[in-house]
Write a protein that binds this ligand. Sequence first.
Ligand SMILES: Cc1ncc(COP(=O)(O)O)c(C=O)c1O
Length: 395
Amino acid sequence: MSTGENELTDALADIPFNRAAVVGRELEYVRDAIESGHTSSGGPYSRRAADLLKEVTGAEEVLLTTSCTSALELSALLLDLQPGDTVVVPSFTFTTTALAFVRAGARLVFCDIEPRTLGLDPAHLAELMDDRVRAVVTVHYAGVACDVEGLQKVLAGYPDVALVEDNAHALFGTWRDQMLGRIGRFATQSFHDTKNLVCGEGGALLVNDPADVDRARVLYEKGTNRRAFLLGQVDKYSWRDTGSSFALSDVLGGYLLAQLEQRDRIQAERRRIHERYTEQLAPVAADLDVELAAPYAERGSAYHMFYVLLPDRDRRTAVIERMREQGVHPAFHYVPLHSSEAGRRFSARETECPVTDEVSSRLLRLPFYYQLGDAGVDRVVRTFTAAVRATAPGQ
Ligand SMILES: Cc1ncc(COP(=O)(O)O)c(C=O)c1O
């Protein structure tokens, strides 16, 4: 492409950070769900979507929820947390990874991440474990497995502590021969419109221990055994336990089913986009003084995002501003939880998370979505590299 053509492309519409795609039969299924008259939860589309997700993941039970947040809240209720119990969570994550356990009565202990995968640091976790810890929540950041082996070694000394995978980024990611989401006692998925598969707002709880299935179904159905009733196991249903209204509407179930049916196509395209970014940026990263995530032989990525680490916060701010001026919209991630106002209020004790602080100030996410296309990737790369060069010290 000539320089003139580049300028023409660069003058076109903005490249957002994210854009949800219609890939298959989404509109048909949503319309049909509405026209069928069954728009609430427990209808045919959400049943098919849950069955497909169960088949693909191999989980004992899959309960579709209104969000990953509500799936985390359901997992927290299932843990039956008591006053004095604590839950270890990463500081480098979304608020509700932590908030869900606060709402169920636990106090938090914030754990740092390790710099390779940006997942929980097993060495820090080992220091934080004591007999008040009831659960450890891990995030597979960007769709890449955390140090699962390291975590399992620490948790081997605490057989009663539950591992919960906040798998919002990592559906279809793997660690060795295991699917992410199948390692913990529970795992939670997100189908928010920033995720690989979307339905507007939605999520799922994966239950991996057969012993949890019956109670999970009751808490999911507003504390009743309605699920057993729907499955024909009892002839009427009644209030049995705590719980809430967690279930996904069948309209969104239709949207999700259509996306799940297209999972291979969506994942293949996201992989291609990721590889194109890597091919273009890896050769110039050292020259630009930016770091890319390293590939790991034992980890299959879910290709949730493409991120880079800039030298420091000021440089990142300057790069974001320049890129936005050019109509390309990157994003940063996450504001550390351990030093936030609520994080301090809800934690059992103060902990230090220096890697979280550093990564949080340097990480930049490039636009990454199904329809980005080669021209989109190339324009993001051009805009990004120009912004990094223009903001270098001495420029
Ligand atoms: C790691 C992580 N967990 C949970 C969530 C919450 O997901 P949802 O919006 O589906 O509640 C997010 C949202 O981006 C996230 O990044």
